[in-house]
Design a protein around this ligand. Structure first.
Ligand code: CTP
Ligand code: MG
Length: 587
């Protein structure tokens, strides 16, 4: 809630102006029954028609001005809600962008999206409509009660008797309305994730002929949504009649009790008319108050849910003593010293990386091989600090990666992930993603994109597309083959000319011949750069300066190709198997 104050404070002047408009609106509204009273009295005393007509004109005029001021007050106050909503959503997204990769391992995309959309909307309601009514109701009551008490005190008390009941009923109904709204939102998010998953997994659905199941499941989800929406409509429909009944009851009391007073000559007809007018003016704010209580509740619940996100610290940040001025450019010497790592924080029993040490000079090539699940991806993820080591340290050019500014560290590393991900934009933008184009012109950017594409062995294919580099990649790159996607992610990593290149099984989807071509082209790109290759196919790594074999997070063999063959261990065995396969294929 403190955070919300911080946001709304920026718009304090608009809140104030809106408040002034509210007071003005109420004053104008409250003057109407008074002029009505004067008109009635004029009729009673048989004043000429023109007098009465001028009262009518006055009332109409006041109503018009009131409508304008009222609209203004709404615009001012509701817009604060909208502006805060916008700010809040921006900050929330910016915060999410800073959170560590580890955070997302335990989050559902749907849940995060619902918080960014629904909960932020609830905040808008709280700060807009909610705040307006919080201000408005007391103003109306202060005005209305004072005047009504002055007109006829006992009648005021009698007329207001039904109001607490109204407040109570409206509060209950709107609580149910909120609960129902939440249920509708839940069904809506179920429905959208059903659509999202089925679209994303359309190949799997087709392959297993699960269309009918999917359609049935969707229909069920859709039915549930319709049911909940209908319930919501029913609850919402109760509000109008309740309000009319309550204000009708109040009018009934006033007519009976007030009528007798008029007959007994203790009250004038004009006063009675004015009184009914004031009573009706109070009915809406009373109801709004009841409704607002649930808006506040919902807003607080939403803020709690948002606070849960805000309270997550971006765990991996620049160390306090990280050099503010980046040292001379990174050369690319990499050293792992007794590195241990576990995904379950600090749990030493489930070490994924267990006491790994090696050293790589600038410009050298390291290869990591090992069976699936050995920890290869985990090992290289530690280098750009996707995760931080549990024990030991990683040094680049002799400096702990945790002491390097993140920006410098990450921009020095070109990373080709095992699972290629491309954005749904043009090929050119995907490849140029990491290029820091400040200073360099378009031509330079273009040149780098083309060079990188050539080195990744995908240039001729891109040029073969009808729209070339302008080709927009479909959702998650579905218009490309697996191998094309892999090579595009490679081009993206190369385009920024990083000092260190990490390829996590990046050529697994291309055939051996294409791979040979890419490796040849890469050799020039990699001149003087350090590189780490993870590969299952040993032809990729034979020429590495250092090859390490990883098993269950430990280095079990290390050396160059020749020495590993002499050792006759896992590597040698794997090499013989792959050679046999290859000779079978070619024979
Ligand atoms: N693991 C985990 N949490 C993750 C990723 C991996 O607990 N977010 C675990 C896996 O279950 C596995 C171990 O960490 O037991 C090593 O995973 P990984 O480094 O991804 O293995 P790789 O050697 O890269 O396996 P592959 O060849 O299949 O890519
Ligand atoms: Mg892996």
């Amino acid at each position: 809630m403190l955070r919300l104050w911080g946001y709304s404070r920026r718009y304090l002047s608009r809140y104030l102006l809106g408040g002034v408009c509210l007071v003005l609106t109420a004053s104008l509204a409250m003057s109407i029954p008074y002029f009505l009273k004067l008109a009635v009295e004029a009729i009673e005393s048989g004043r000429p028609f023109t007098d009465i007509a001028s009262f009518a004109a006055l009332i109409a005029g006041i109503a018009v001005v009131q409508a304008i001021v009222r609209t203004l007050s709404r615009a001012l106050i509701f817009n604060v809600g909208r502006d805060v909503e916008c700010d809040l959503r921006n900050d929330l997204f910016a915060h999410l962008e800073r959170l560590p990769v580890a955070y997302y391992q335990h989050q559902h995309t749907g849940d995060l999206m619902s918080r960014l959309i629904n909960d932020v909307t609830a905040i808008r309601m709280l700060l807009g409509v909610g705040f307006l009514n919080l201000l408005n109701t007391p103003i109306y009551y202060a005005y209305g009660l004072t005047i009504m008490l002055a007109l006829h005190a006992p009648l005021t008390i009698a007329a207001l008797l039904p109001f607490p009941i109204l407040l109570y009923v409206v509060k209950r109904v709107s609580r149910r309305m909120m609960e129902q709204t939440l249920r509708v939102q839940e069904e809506l998010s179920n429905l959208s994730s059903a659509v999202q998953e089925n679209v994303a997994g359309i190949h799997v659905v087709r392959a297993y002929q699960a269309e009918d199941v999917a359609v049935r499941r969707f229909a069920r989800s859709n039915d549930a949504l319709t049911d909940e929406s209908l319930s919501l409509a029913r609850v919402r429909g109760q509000l109008g009649p309740i309000m009319r009944t309550a204000s009708g009851l109040g009018t009934l009391v006033v007519l009976c009790f007030g009528g007798t007073e008029v007959v007994r000559g203790k009250m004038s007809v004009g006063d009675l008319v004015a009184f009914i007018g004031y009573l009706n003016l109070l009915a809406w704010p009373t109801m709004a108050m009841g409704w607002m209580l649930s808006v506040v509740q919902r807003g607080r619940a939403a803020m709690l849910r948002l606070e849960q996100i805000f309270s997550v610290e971006p765990a991996i940040t620049d160390a306090a003593d990280a050099d503010a001025t980046p040292a001379a450019r990174i050369e690319g010497a990499i050293e792992y010293q007794n590195v241990c790592f576990s995904y379950a924080n600090g749990d030493t029993r489930s070490l994924v990386i267990d006491d790994v040490s090696f050293r790589l000079e600038p410009g050298q090539k390291l290869a990591i091989v090992g069976r699936t699940g050995a920890g290869k991806t985990s090992l290289v993820n530690l280098l750009p600090r996707m995760f931080d080591v549990t024990a030991g340290q990683i040094l680049i050019d002799g400096r702990d990666v945790r002491s390097l500014p993140l920006r410098q560290l990450r921009s020095a590393i070109g990373f080709v992930p095992q699972d290629p991900f491309l954005f749904s934009t043009r090929i050119e933008d995907n490849v140029a993603f990491a290029i820091d184009d400040a200073g360099n012109g378009y031509a330079e950017r273009d040149r780098r994109v083309r060079e990188a594409a050539a080195a990744a062995g995908i240039a001729t294919e891109i040029e073969g597309f009808p729209r070339g580099y302008e080709t927009v990649i479909g959702e998650r790159g579905v218009t490309l083959s697996g191998g094309q996607k892999q090579r595009l992610t490679l081009a993206r990593a190369l385009a920024a000319s990083p000092r260190i290149l990490v390829l996590d099984d990046a050529l697994s989807s291309v055939d051996t011949r294409t791979e040979r071509g890419i490796l040849g082209a890469l050799r020039a790109e990699l001149q003087g750069k350090s590189s780490i290759f993870i590969a299952h196919r040993l032809s990729t790594v034979m020429d590495a300066d250092l090859i390490v074999v990883l098993d269950e997070g430990r280095i079990v063999e290390r050396g160059d190709h020749a020495s590993l063959l002499r050792r006759d261990g896992y590597y040698a065995q794997l090499f013989r198997e792959q050679q046999l396969e290859e000779s079978l294929e070619t024979s």
